[in-house]
Write a protein that binds this ligand. Structure first.
Ligand code: ZN
Length: 192
């Protein structure tokens, strides 16, 4: 499969912790006991995306301590700009619960959500979002924007960033390293 991500598509998720996170205003809330367990499920979803040649991002939605939806990035496969992991997981959670209002739900996602997904979280009235790696190129929950805590919007929600950050970032880094390697090999093959 040919993957045609633009170079600036790559989230720079592997930056050192001390340069981010601590100062991100929306990402200060404390972790909860099951956060790592659910983030591991999101990481499994992300791995399923990588197997399809998709950027490895995974998400799960939890309600009353139970997973009600899980999804991974399918943007290339579905040729759909909205097919981000957490966006699809939110839609699936609404279908599972039979309501658009996702009060009482926590979204776990391996990379800090973008503006579109953070916007959907506001519209879905979620309680909380927990993410793994910070995204300095697109993060909308504390890094570039602070969509979860914007008093102009009609809903605010809790955010905890940096849960299993190293694993989430490493998965993305490995994927893009492999992609660059494949491109180099393809270029070399064309020259020969
Ligand atoms: Zn998104």
């Amino acid at each position: 499969m040919t993957i045609q991500h633009q170079p600036d598509d790559e989230p720079q998720a592997a930056i050192p912790q001390e340069t981010v996170g601590a100062s991100a205003p929306g990402a200060a809330e404390a972790t909860q006991p099951d956060d790592e367990r659910f983030m591991r499920l999101a990481l499994q979803e992300a791995a399923a995306a990588a197997e399809l040649g998709e950027v490895p991002i995974g998400a799960v939605v939890v309600h009353n301590g139970e997973v009600v939806a899980q999804a991974h990035n399918l943007r290339e496969t579905d040729a759909d700009p909205s097919a981000h992991a957490e966006f699809s997981a939110l839609v699936a959670a609404s279908r599972a619960l039979g309501r658009w209002r996702l009060t009482g739900c926590t979204v776990y996602v391996t990379l800090e959500p973008c503006l579109m997904c953070a916007g959907l979280m506001v519209n879905a009235r979620i309680d909380r979002c927990v993410f793994g790696a910070y995204d300095p190129k697109g993060g909308a929950l504390g890094t570039l924007y602070n969509v979860s805590h914007d008093p102009r919007l009609n809903h605010e929600f809790e955010v905890t960033g940096g849960v299993l950050e190293d694993e989430c970032a490493a998965q993305l880094k490995a994927f893009f390293a492999q992609l660059r390697e494949k491109r180099r090999a393809a270029k070399k093959a064309r020259r020969e």
